[in-house]
Design a protein around this ligand. Structure first.
Ligand code: PA5
Length: 446
């Protein structure tokens, strides 16, 4: 199956040596084989690799649950953080019409500890019927646990404990964790996050699929997009024709030359959360052992009027990965004006997408000329199928890239440090000595 997604690395040719790129591509091809055969680091978390092959035939239960929840309330609060939040947010933000009234509204909670955010959410929920979908693989993450406790209390006070049960769905581990145990005790409908699929690779499990279905989108098309990309990039080793190898090799070649920050750029504001998802995927997978490209993101042309100056002329450690969207859904032509007093008569009659594409092409050349290597990823349009292709592409390229870098792309040991300190400072039993040490540090630092 040929993918609709194209990757063009011509924009790095004057920054990374051809021989080095070939060497890294060959290395990357070897890592793809290791990934496929379960021989690389962290191979116990590579279940996502073949997830599309089964998921395309297994969406019935998710669709039935979404239909039930949609039927009983116009709003669902999705509670989760990190990999248990960003995929669903990225997809729904990408697909939503920002101005149209939504048939079923998704709201998010537990991705922040902001009291004001959650208080405002509860105030809104006072006036509407709603469901809760709580997502946590470990079932013990503090942020969603707090939000879920607050929301469950709110819902119980609103509709009573017995009715609340039917309004809650839990997505968690098959057999372990506080959320799993609670769901069993309370009798919530549950979905399982497979053991061998880590949070940031879980968008094709119910973690991403249930919110997507709730919002009214075509989860089968999304799964088929993922499958087609899997068949295209997972099975082939040809370094010249495999876009995942190409992207993984290009970014590592640039990293070796001192380009330590990658900026993901899109010209569509609906992709802002896709970039947040991508940042988590690459940041958490590669940033370890004192190594890794720092993933950043901007939205152009908006940020050309803020970050554009730095990118054009600031420190030369940046490279860009631009997501080019070939087709828009709607047509909007710049009208003519008899007096041309705004001076943009030369644009009259052109579609806004054409103008956007010219801005993109012009910026790309200016940035390359200014010393910023550019990788170009071109997708057909923003819909479920093409987002499926894009997300699987990023997942597999990330795994290959992490192996090229020499890290385990499937763990995140560094995420624990802040949690331990937070627990100690909040007085969790067992953390007394640590609390004393931290309090002293805080006092010393003012
Ligand atoms: O990618 C990851 O593993 C993390 O970002 C987790 O998804 C995040 O920490 C939330 O974890 P959990 O789903 O266990 O609540």
């Amino acid at each position: 199956m040929k993918s609709e997604l194209l990757v063009n690395i011509n924009g790095i040719s004057s920054f990374a040596g051809r021989e080095e790129l070939t060497r890294i591509s060959d290395d990357a091809a070897g890592h793809l084989v290791a990934l496929r055969e379960g021989l690389g680091r962290g191979s116990e978390y590579t279940g996502w690799l073949r997830l599309p092959d089964v998921t395309v035939n297994e969406t019935t239960a998710v669709k039935a649950c979404a239909a039930r929840l949609r039927n009983q309330a116009p709003v669902t609060v999705v509670v989760g953080i990190g990999g248990s939040y960003l995929g669903a947010r990225a997809l729904t933000e990408a697909l939503n019409d920002p101005f149209a009234p939504q048939e079923h509204r998704l709201l998010f909670a537990g991705h922040t500890l902001s009291e004001d955010y959650h208080a405002a959410l509860l105030k809104f929920l006072d006036g509407t019927a709603y469901n809760i979908v709580v997502i946590s693989k470990s079932g013990t993450t503090t942020e969603p646990a707090i939000a879920f406790r607050i929301l469950r209390d709110h819902l119980r006070n609103k509709i009573g404990t017995a009715a609340t049960r039917n309004h809650i769905v839990a997505i968690t581990d098959a057999s372990r964790g506080a959320l799993h145990d609670l769901a069993v005790k309370e009798g919530y409908e549950t979905f399982v996050i497979p053991d061998d699929v880590g949070g940031r690779y879980s968008v094709l499990t119910p973690v991403g699929l249930l919110p997507l279905a709730l919002a009214g989108y075509d989860i089968d098309a999304f799964a088929h997009g993922m499958l087609d990309m899997a068949l295209s990039v997972r099975e082939g080793n040809d370094t010249t024709d495999n876009i995942a190898i190409s992207y993984a090799a290009a970014r590592n070649a640039l990293y070796n030359r001192g380009y330590t920050t990658e900026i993901l750029i899109s010209y569509e504001p609906s992709l802002v959360f896709l970039a947040e998802w991508w940042k988590q995927l690459y940041g958490e997978s590669e940033g370890k052992e004192s190594k890794g490209i720092f993933p950043a993101s901007v939205t152009f042309t908006t940020d050309l009027h803020s970050m554009g100056q730095y990118i054009q002329q600031g420190e030369r450690k940046l490279f860009e990965t631009v997501i080019h969207v070939r087709e828009s859904h709607k047509k909007l032509v710049v009208p003519g004006a008899s007096d041309n007093s705004d001076g943009i008569g030369f644009i009259a009659g052109k579609r806004m997408t054409e103008v956007n594409h010219k801005a993109e092409a012009g910026t790309r050349i200016a940035h390359i000329d200014g010393g910023v290597p550019v990788i170009l990823i071109s997708m057909e349009r923003i819909d479920e199928y093409n987002l499926g292709q894009l997300m699987y592409f990023f997942e597999i390229a990330c795994a290959i890239s992490g192996y090229v870098l020499g890290v385990n792309p499937f763990d995140q040991p560094g995420v624990e440090s802040y949690k331990m300190n937070m627990f100690a400072l909040l007085g969790k039993p067992g953390f007394e000595a640590e609390r004393e040490r931290l309090e002293k540090k805080l006092q010393a630092n003012g």
